[in-house]
Design a protein around this ligand. Structure first.
Ligand SMILES: CC(=O)N[C@H](C=O)[C@@H](O)[C@H](O)[C@H](O)COP(=O)(O)O
Length: 504
């Protein structure tokens, strides 16, 4: 065969788990025929006996290898010249061998000479770019990424796409191999420049594939069945709950003492959670302010005076004796609404318009964490550089009412507006306009499928309509799709609980 014959091909490695249930010639030949029937162009087969068995069953090109566990060398793949001879006799078209720079019984040059002498093609199984350079200089026909991740240290989870790309700079005859477990990863290897892609375990090691599914399913079952202690620490109150999935099994609200600090807040929560001891496996915490690498800081100290960089995750896991995860409260609510509420599992931006203004973004199924989504702190010259929450939130509405001579909190202002009071209507309209402009800009930044509006102000009757009214003039492809939040004040604890279950 010619080197070009392998171009653009999928190669299936038929090496069942050694000593496993499928480690028999009849299964190896069966895997080979099934792979070819489904579009594979070539096969990679271990041992001269199995090469012979497959050769008698199919005409496709066979890459042959022999695997050995030697006492005096770490090299396992085709270490001896005699292995090359046996594979050639059995009918292999290409012979692959370990090309790593390690103590070995036969040199790379000697192996290559023996392969060439039989008129066959060679594949050098490399662990790094230097292996590939040496193998090509010695005359190897193909270089493969086979040994990357198997020459010491922990086995990586992903295929070495970067090595494939780097090898492609040396030669077009690069075969991608090793830990390619999804069609997506195989396509990535092609994009990185591979001329052919070998897939093994994911297709022909039934025991391995079953154990991947088994592990994932058992972990998900135990996570689903174990409850989470979910905590939402706000500027005035703290909600503590026992949550399983979207079910809130029990909950309690305590005041957040503004004179105290995080140690005392956590102690008060622990006192409450004593009743649920033994019933939760992890802790999910949503907080006002910024969470960065598990540390908690205030973004607006007026909401709650949090010391800079408080080690919230470390303190909580110590106090509760369980793994803890912390996230900003609006980001937690954004995740809750995205997964289980009005976000409908689509790209979602969540805005909570309440005493202050918060937000969260979920794009491509992942929440943006850290500083992302703190929309209430956006400043613009048109608003005199004031943070948006200082000119649109419930707090601002009450201040504006007082300025126009009316002592009223947000709910009463809405009531007055509905009853036709012009001063109240102006305040509501101004807040809604500013939030509408924010929604317009959010649409340009993230193009979410839905902007979910929550919070006491956001869900006040008429407010969503007032925002929408400012956006009707936008052309349809620029207009945000606004929807009302559906999980209410529990969105934060539900979101934090679900994020905690995914993060530990
Ligand atoms: C390192 C080593 O000994 N690799 C061996 C080489 O033939 C096989 O165990 C792998 O199954 C083969 O490389 C395909 O890789 P994966 O099964 O990850 O798709």
């Amino acid at each position: 065969m010619r080197k070009e014959d392998l171009n653009l091909s999928l190669i299936v490695s038929c090496q069942p788990v050694p000593d496993g249930a499928m480690d028999e010639a009849v299964f190896v030949a069966g895997f080979a025929r099934a792979a070819l029937a489904a579009g594979a162009r070539a096969l990679r087969i271990e041992s001269s006996a199995y090469v012979a068995a497959v050769r008698s069953a199919v005409d496709a090109p066979i890459i042959g290898i022999v695997k050995r566990d030697l006492d005096d060398s770490p090299v396992r793949i085709t270490p001896f010249i005699a292995d090359v001879e046996a594979l050639a006799d059995a009918g292999a078209d290409i012979i692959a061998f370990d090309a790593t720079d390690r103590p070995r019984p036969a040199t790379i040059e000697a192996l290559l000479a023996a392969i060439k002498a039989r008129g066959l093609l060679s594949m050098a199984d490399c662990s790094c770019l230097d292996d590939a350079k040496r193998a090509l200089a010695a005359g190897a026909d193909f270089v493969g990424s086979t040994m990357s991740g198997y020459v010491g240290g922990p086995e990586p989870a992903e295929p070495d796409i970067a090595l494939i790309a780097a090898m492609r700079q040396l030669t077009p005859y690069v075969i991608a191999e090793g830990r390619i477990r999804t069609p997506q990863q195989a396509a990535d290897a092609v994009r990185a420049g591979a001329c052919a892609v070998v897939v093994g375990s994911a297709i022909t090691r039934t025991e391995h594939v079953t154990s991947w599914f088994h592990d994932a399913v058992s972990t998900a079952f135990s996570q689903r069945d174990a409850a989470t202690l979910a905590i939402d620490i706000g500027g005035t109150k703290t909600l503590t709950a026992l949550v399983r999935g979207v079910q809130v099994l029990a909950e309690a609200t305590i005041a957040t003492s503004r004179e105290a600090g995080p140690d005392d807040w956590l102690a008060a929560i622990a006192e409450q959670a004593k009743h649920w001891s033994g019933r939760y496996e992890r802790v999910g915490i949503a907080v006002t302010g910024l969470i960065d690498e598990g540390r908690w800081s205030a973004l607006n100290p007026a909401t709650l005076a949090i010391p800079d960089g408080y080690p919230l995750v470390a303190q909580a896991s110590k106090l509760f004796g369980k793994p803890a995860f912390a996230v900003n409260d609006a980001q937690a609510a954004a995740w809750g609404e995205h997964r289980f509420g009005a976000g409908g599992n689509e790209d979602t931006v969540f805005l909570t318009i309440s005493t202050g203004i918060g937000g969260g973004v979920v794009i491509n199924g992942s929440p943006l964490l850290g500083l992302a989504g703190h929309f209430g702190l956006l400043r613009s010259p048109t608003l005199g550089e004031a943070p948006l929450e200082d000119v649109a939130s419930g707090r601002w509405m009450a201040t504006e009412a007082a300025r126009s001579g009316h002592q009223a909190e947000a709910p009463e202002i809405f009531e007055h507006a509905r009853n036709g009071a012009a001063w109240a209507q102006t305040i509501v309209a101004q807040s809604a306009l500013r939030v509408a402009l924010l929604c317009r800009d959010i649409q340009m930044m993230f193009a979410p499928k839905r902007i979910v509006i929550g919070g006491g102000i956001g869900l006040s009757s008429g407010y969503l309509d007032a925002i929408s009214a400012h956006l009707v003039a936008l052309p349809p492809h620029l207009a945000p799709h606004l929807v009302a939040a559906s999980l209410g004040p529990r969105a934060g604890i539900i979101g934090a609980a679900d994020l905690a279950s995914r993060n530990g």
